[in-house]
Design a protein around this ligand. Structure first.
Ligand code: G16
Length: 542
């Protein structure tokens, strides 16, 4: 075996977005593209010499080949050891846990999350730091800067490692441990929740469906829900991870998990339904006849978390991303704990979690988690829901209705305009940005604006500032946010987040889109959506 230093030209566009580097798979497959980015990661983190890493992915097309390349590069760069998930599979939260459990120097996660997989679809790579969390902005900037001037990378010409079985191997002096993808994560979950109470729930005939969407959570969900907790065989659907996710879009929302929604809305539907995404960090929660929005899910989990042994002593605080609804803030206020509003991107929760200021975090984009890892965690959210339902013995719809009756309801929806020409999307943002100062006091479609700004986050722990994080329009009893997605791989995606508060005594059972229609129309007109984009209707409404 020998180590080679290969010359390379820098590639354009290796700037990580909201969550690592995401590109079309064919872009990642260009000779040297993956290698240039991985070498940039090693260099931005002070080199790989003597270091230990975790490595795995969601099993999408190119996962297996990319793992072999990263192993050979880690060996050539002097790493001491890499822990790889069997068959190259590791969910994002399991990777975060393994980094922390084994006190490694970081981990590589191969995934484009909820984006489809396949040679014509998407691929991605993100690096998580030693705390188990996504690389902070300063580090992703450093990776990008290096990627722009990189001239070579190092790689071993050793053989591929057999990932199909758990064993230990050696590659140019580097240890490679192929480990069980599920066991350590499963043990972590067992320590957080009251598994006996959940077992008793299923033993009493409680019916659950979990849609793994042919993505990474299948093996985890089978082991935890069916084999350990006793959910009926077949409760976990689409449990085998496939390179193309069965041709589906592994995004757990009512649009892409429509089969699960149909099951849950049927008159003889199960009691509880859930789904997770490509890499297992997102979740969707439903009950018989009811969908729980991610913002509401965060609030309900925060309000009832003490049902689980891990949170029995109460929460230190709650954090949500800025576009997420204020439902969790109301719970925090009632509990007398701190509430934080951070920019979109899980990396912004890391400092708050590390400092012990918050216990539970969540986002409108279907991510929720706690301080047990430094990533969002789909199965954790499902288990906390089950633990709460096992304690309260109520249908999901009743739990939700009681929550709204106590705190009020934040009607909430996100409208996405996808694959836009970048200049057009930027024109919408620029046009609205120019108006911000003149908006307070103005009335549009019967709604009065009380404030408007562009969100800038001042991290209370490290003092850093992240500006340009979305335009916020506050109306009396309502809010709209506009921002451009940082995870798309084609053109630009404009996200319009709509939120309207209905107090405890109000009507909480209105049609969601009808309740938000006046706000939607006001924002479309203010942002000149039709004039600038040439259309009014979004591509996806969640
Ligand atoms: C990532 C981030 C999340 C973010 C989401 C959507 O999730 O980790 O924090 O909310 O993208 O981001 P954007 O609105 O910029 O597209 P994931 O599950 O895709 O890794």
């Amino acid at each position: 075996m020998a180590i080679h230093t290969k010359s390379i030209q820098p590639f354009e566009g290796q700037k990580p977005g909201t969550s690592g580097l995401r590109k079309k798979t064919r872009v990642f497959m260009q000779p040297g593209f993956l290698e240039a980015f991985v070498q940039s990661i090693f260099e931005a983190t002070g080199g790989a010499e003597g270091k230990t890493y975790v490595l795995g992915g969601d099993g999408r097309f190119f996962n297996a080949a990319a793992i072999q390349t990263i192993l050979k590069m880690a060996a050539a760069n002097g790493a001491a050891c890499v822990l790889v998930g069997q068959n190259g599979l590791l969910s994002t939260p399991a990777t975060s846990h393994l980094i922390r459990l084994n006190q490694t120097d970081g981990g590589f996660i191969l995934s484009a999350s909820h984006n489809p997989g396949g040679i014509e679809e998407d691929f991605g790579l993100k690096f998580n730091a030693a705390n188990g969390g996504p690389a902070p902005e300063a580090l992703t900037e450093a990776m990008y800067a290096i990627s722009q001037t990189i001239t070579s990378y190092k790689i071993s010409d050793g053989p591929d490692i057999d990932l199909s079985r758990q064993h230990e191997a050696s590659l140019d002096g580097m240890r490679v441990q192929v480990i069980d993808s599920v066991a350590d994560y499963h043990a972590l979950m067992r320590g957080l929740f009251d598994f006996d109470a959940i077992r008793a729930l299923f033993a009493g005939g409680y019916r659950m469906v979990f849609d793994a969407m042919h993505a990474v959570t299948g093996p985890y969900a089978k082991a935890i829900f069916e084999d350990d907790l006793g959910a009926a065989p077949g409760s976990v659907r689409n449990a085998v991870p496939l390179e193309d996710f069965g041709g589906g879009h592994p995004d757990p929302n009512p649009i892409w998990a429509s089969e699960l929604m149909a099951t849950m809305m049927a008159s003889d539907g199960p009691d509880f339904g859930a789904a997770s995404d490509g890499d297992g960090d997102r979740n969707m929660i439903t009950g018989k006849g009811v969908f729980v929005s991610p913002s509401d899910s965060l609030a309900v989990l925060a309000a009832n978390a003490t049902a689980a042994p891990a949170y029995a002593k109460g929460l230190a605080g709650v954090a949500r991303s800025m576009p997420t609804s204020a439902a969790a803030d109301r719970v925090a206020e009632a509990l007398g704990i701190e509430a934080f509003e951070t920019p979109t991107g899980w990396k912004f929760f890391g400092n708050l979690l590390d400092a012990g200021r918050v216990t539970i975090c969540g986002e409108e984009s279907a991510g929720t988690s706690s301080d047990h890892v430094r990533e969002k965690d789909g199965l954790w959210a499902v288990l906390l829901w089950l633990n709460i339902l096992a304690e309260q013995k109520k249908p999901v719809a009743q739990l939700l209705a009681e929550h709204w009756a106590r705190y009020g309801r934040d009607y909430y929806s996100r409208h996405d305009y996808e694959a836009l020409p970048t200049e057009k999307a930027q024109a919408v943002m620029a046009g609205l940005r120019d108006q911000l100062a003149s908006l307070p006091g103005r009335s549009v479609g019967g709604l009065t604006l009380t404030a408007a700004d562009e969100f800038a986050y001042h991290d209370p722990i490290d003092g850093s500032t992240s500006s340009g994080q979305g335009l916020r329009l506050y109306f009396e009893g309502a809010r709209a946010v506009l921002r451009l997605s940082g995870t798309g791989t084609q053109g630009a995606t404009l996200r319009l987040y709509l939120e309207r508060y209905e107090p405890p005594e109000g009507d909480h059972q209105r049609d969601l889109q009808a309740a938000l229609a006046p706000l939607r129309d006001a924002v479309r007109s203010l942002a000149r959506i039709e004039a600038l984009l040439g259309r009014v209707e979004p591509d996806v409404i969640t």
